[in-house]
Design a protein around this ligand. Structure first.
Ligand code: ZN
Length: 101
């Protein structure tokens, strides 16, 4: 009975793996095979955090992998921001824009 429930991932503030450069948040990790991408669904942003760090990808079905790859293909790769590393944030890709808060 739970097959049709869509798991909505809530966005959280980016932490160890960084956050979206626009909103500093992330909707979590999407695996493309052994490669781990963190994403922001709001801004269709993705950033790679490495490969084979988590074993969860091994349990994914072919369908899940296909969906993930399809999703990632629509997102653009960005440089994530890390709050504790704020002085080194590269803001080259949003010149002149004030933070949204
Ligand atoms: Zn965002």
């Amino acid at each position: 009975m739970t097959d049709n429930i869509v798991q909505l991932q809530t966005s959280t503030r980016g932490d160890y793996f960084g956050g979206c450069p626009t909103c500093r948040r992330t909707n979590g990790c999407v695996n493309d095979g052994p490669y781990h991408w963190f994403v922001c669904d709001t801004h269709k942003a993705k950033w790679n955090v490495g490969s084979n760090l988590f074993s969860s990808w091994r349990e994914q079905t072919e369908e899940e992998r296909f969906k993930n790859r399809d999703k990632l293909a629509k997102y653009r790769e960005v440089e994530p921001v890390n709050d504790w590393n704020e002085g080194e944030v590269n803001s080259d890709n949003r010149p002149g824009q004030a933070p949204p808060f």
